[in-house]
Write a protein that binds this ligand. Sequence first.
Ligand SMILES: [Zn+2]
Ligand SMILES: [Zn+2]
Length: 81
Amino acid sequence: MGESRNHPVAGVDLACCEECLAGGVDGVILRICASCGHVGCAEGSPNDHAAEHYAETDHPIATVIGSERMSGWSYPDARPV
Ligand SMILES: [Zn+2]
Ligand SMILES: [Zn+2]
């Protein structure tokens, strides 16, 4: 999981976690990184790639997408923002 990810934000498909799709998992809650636009799964995902992205990059804020209420999450504070 140390490979570089240089996908342009404009090209990100907001409907999926790339890493989960690669592993055949779909339909999870997603968060998009406020710092770089990385999309990762969270909240009940077996893989939790959004948290993994924070661990790798120290990008602190991610916003939940794919739900009616877009809410931010602060990883350092472990609370909504
Ligand atoms: Zn994932
Ligand atoms: Zn990021």
